[in-house]
Design a protein around this ligand. Structure first.
Ligand code: ADP
Ligand code: MG
Length: 438
């Protein structure tokens, strides 16, 4: 799937309205009838067809000739375009650079954008806020659920109800929304996660972590022992549980290690679960086991002491009831990860006195949305995919080859941003500024 920001400027105002109409119509129609598009866009007959033809040529919509009627479908390219257009209008994305990751269910690109703490503005979109200030290099993550396996599971499941027709779009938006809500709250409560800047449709803009996935780390600096690094990661798993959360995919791909400080940063949250989940213990222990297995294989390190879900929750209950003191590693006073100490909220979180799962739910990411996504994730994880990389039988050599390739790709990406090439400017010079988002 191509993400080409240079295309943004070439869509005329009428075409833009037609594209938005196709998006709106997709919420209830698998194939949006041409007549409905005309109605929604308020553009009449011949002109609608002309706009649709031009959008189809660029792959933003695709024409479907059905048994009952002809119509159009929004493509991923079309959804990308709408999302980027909104970001560019706000200034949270000003140019798009190289793609550094193409996962089964997401694309990661380096971008430039403006604005700080955009996420503090509740209704960023409605308020039509324009970012000011310096451009910074950041990350755009585009969720693409359903790109591979939706067709297969679609027939099996009926959990989407009337939204079924736009399932890939709905699931991708949900995943982005979920990741966004968690990233915001985790960042706010002092967890080492990227800083969230903006979200719209199926995309998130976040800070660039200057470092590499743990997967690519084969040597540790002299002041970091495997024991120390593993303990840090285990402590993160425990800290998350103490605020009500289990990452659910806490592996060497989703932990980044910062270049300078060698501190871990956790990414990729669409499969996060609450400690109240019926399988919480299983997910917690699986996260712990993922870390153990990686350290065993990569560093030949094995520790006897690893966190256990029940023990973690029992310790927390004792502390909250005043029957015990927190362990030293969990006491913020004794902690040295300077960067993430931001506020009293960090301390609350360390002491387990806040439930982030509840905060997220209260933020509007309702339980049924959470469940829809979980159901989908379960179905997909039952399908074989190229992301299933952590099976025991895999050879270390393969690991190394792959990580080198990724490393060089990533370095290239960083360099091209620094040189200023590969980063086409986005122009927002449409006449028609009456667009809205969502
Ligand atoms: P996926 O759902 O495809 O696994 P991730 O969020 O895990 O998506 O991102 C995939 C890869 O992209 C990561 O392993 C990492 O290399 C890179 N990446 C993601 N987010 C960032 C970020 N904020 N800063 C730097 N690299 C990132
Ligand atoms: Mg990942």
């Amino acid at each position: 799937m191509k993400l080409d920001a240079t295309e943004l400027r070439y869509v005329l105002p009428d075409e833009f309205r037609v594209l938005q109409a196709v998006e709106t119509g997709s919420k209830n129609h698998e194939v949006v009838p041409t007549q409905l598009i005309a109605q929604l866009s308020k553009i009449t007959g011949g002109n609608v067809n002309k706009c649709l033809g031009s959008l189809a040529k660029r792959g933003l919509v695709s024409r479907v000739q059905g048994a009952k009627y002809d119509g159009y479908r929004l493509t991923y390219g079309g959804l990308d375009w709408l999302a980027l257009k909104a970001f560019s209008k706000r200034g949270t994305v000003t140019s798009v650079g190289q793609r550094i990751g193409v996962g089964k269910e997401g694309d990661i690109s380096i971008i430039k954008g403006k604005g700080t703490n955009a996420w503090n503005e509740d209704e960023l979109e409605e308020q039509e806020i324009q970012m000011t200030g310096e451009e910074e290099t950041r990350i755009l993550k585009i969720h693409r659920l359903g790109r591979i396996s939706f067709r297969a599971i679609k027939t099996k499941r009926d959990y989407l109800g009337t939204r079924k027709s736009a399932s890939w779009m709905y699931m991708s938006r949900l995943a982005a929304r979920k990741e966004w809500e968690f990233m915001k709250v985790l960042y706010e409560y002092g967890f080492p996660v990227p800083e969230p800047f903006d979200q719209g449709r199926h995309c998130i803009v976040m800070s660039l972590v200057e470092g590499f996935p743990l997967r690519q780390i084969s040597e540790l600096p002299s002041h970091v022992t495997p024991a120390l690094l593993q303990a840090k990661l285990m402590q993160l798993i425990v800290r998350l549980a103490r605020v009500g959360l289990i990452h659910g995919d806490f592996n060497e791909f989703n932990v980044m290690i910062k270049d300078k400080s060698f501190e871990p940063v956790v990414i990729d949250f669409p499969q996060m679960v609450s400690v109240g989940h019926e399988n919480a213990e299983y997910f917690f222990n699986r996260d712990v086991e993922c870390v153990r297995r990686f350290f065993r294989r990569r560093f030949r390190y094995e520790s006897d002491e690893c966190p256990d879900f029940r023990q973690t929750m029992a310790d927390l209950a004792d502390e909250l009831a005043g029957r015990a003191e927190p362990e030293s590693g969990l006491d913020p006073e004794l902690d040295d990860d300077e960067v993430f100490e931001r506020s009293d909220k960090t301390i609350l979180a360390r002491r387990g006195k806040v439930r982030l799962d509840e905060l997220v739910e209260a933020s509007g990411f309702a339980r049924n949305m959470w469940q829809d996504l979980e159901q989908y994730m379960n179905d997909v994880s039952a399908e074989p995919g190229e992301n299933d990389v952590s099976s025991e039988g895999e050879s270390e050599d393969d690991d190394e080859d792959e990580s080198e390739e990724r490393l060089s790709r990533k370095l290239k990406a960083k360099m091209s941003i620094a040189d200023g090439d590969e980063a086409p400017e986005l122009h927002d010079n449409d006449e028609d500024d009456s667009e809205d988002d969502d």
